[in-house]
Design a protein. Structure first.
Length: 105
């Protein structure tokens, strides 16, 4: 693995596969629900991999009133650890596929 803070490395190595995939590829948004609230559309989507919930508010014209806010599942965010390098996320993802013994070490 490239050099990084040991806490960040441990965090990435501990991520479930679904969380790692979403961090690498982006969320797989699904299950749209729409509610009309005070004349605006509240659109809720759920990631089919990691269960992240995204909510955005649209005006009746379709323009964004409030950009999407996410409610991440427990363990998805690296709270108090620092920035998580996408390079490290990609490498962890590849290593799990290439070397079945990788996580056992």
């Amino acid at each position: 693995m490239p050099r990084s803070d040991p806490q960040v490395s441990a965090f990435i190595q501990g991520l479930p596969d679904a969380y790692l995939k979403c961090r690498r590829l982006g969320h797989a948004w699904d299950d749209d629900t729409v509610d009309l609230v005070r004349g605006k559309y509240v659109v809720t989507v759920v990631c089919s991999r990691c269960d992240n919930v995204g909510v955005e508010v649209l005006r009746r014209t379709g323009s964004v009133d409030k950009k999407r806010r996410s409610r991440y599942p427990n363990g998805y965010l690296a709270k108090g650890i620092g920035p998580v390098s996408r390079d490290l996320v990609r490498l962890e993802s590849v290593m799990r596929k290439v070397d079945p013994e990788y996580r056992k070490a």
